[in-house]
Design a protein around this ligand. Sequence first.
Ligand code: PHE
Length: 340
Amino acid sequence: MEEKVKQLTEETVSAIAACNTTAALNDVRVKILGKSGALTALLRNMKDLPPEQRPEAGKIVNVAREKLESAFSDRQDELLRIESEKRMREERIDITIDEHIPLSGGLHPLTQVRNRIVEFFTSLGFVIADSPEIETDYYNFEALNIPADHPAREMQDTFFVTDTILLRSQTSAGQIRMMEKVKPPLKMLSPGRVFRADEADATHTPVFHQIEGLVVDKGITMCDLKGILDLFAQKFFSKSTRTRFRPSYFPFTEPSVEVDASCHRCGGKGCNVCKGTGWIEIMGAGMVNRNVLANCGIDPDEYTGFAFGCGLDRITSIIHGITDARIPFENDIRFLKQFR
Ligand code: PHE
């Protein structure tokens, strides 16, 4: 009897240890301690023993029973803990993941810089003027002193819709529309999209943005142009930025210049941003050509003016260090969200 109990106890202890779930543990418990369990059967069989052996045998079985009960309950606690940990792990919700929170929108970096430029020039008294993206040859070329067979037409690869209708290749078309309507003194700023049949690469996109400026009054000189552009460059790049004019050619301005700003990165010493020159080109400009004033019914002997055409994409790239002209058009959220 004693031997049997000992063996059963040992077997049960290892069966308990082998259980991996509370359900399996419960099965073992029923098999041993249940109504028809193995230990219960031993207890029941005690009536077959001689009466003097019964108290001793009863004690042995009860000790074994207590031992097994506490082994069951320890293992039960352990398994409950393991199972609950497993459930916690599996059902875990990471409340720090924000993928379901809708992203808030923001203004595109080009729009932000355009708004700042508009604000700067309106604070100097410029009025904002819109003009059409689909233009006639007259406004885009002819009235700007670029007749049909003028070689300057080759400077801009234009998208023609018909022989006389085109997608404007420059916001300068807006100068003519303005001067036809408003007589000097006038100060106009005209931001907008322009189109050129260029293959997209790191420095070209078939659509880009210009901001046209035009001032016409009595006694306007190139010094006025220089003064305003210095202020502009200092406002948008840095306080110590300088500008320089390089002689250039545009049919609608005379004299014409390319405007460079001293490199914001190296301050003019020469670096990889300015390709070692110390200068970065920011726009074309010049004094409004007499023919253009005359085309708009403004007397060139009485009035003079300056005009500039600034590349918004270029200014934005300089400010934000964008190295490929295509990126702002791709609308990749990883790019855009840096500007929210
Ligand atoms: N329209 C010229 C261009 O697209 C820029 C410009 C504007 C130059 C006004 C002079 C004056 O290149």
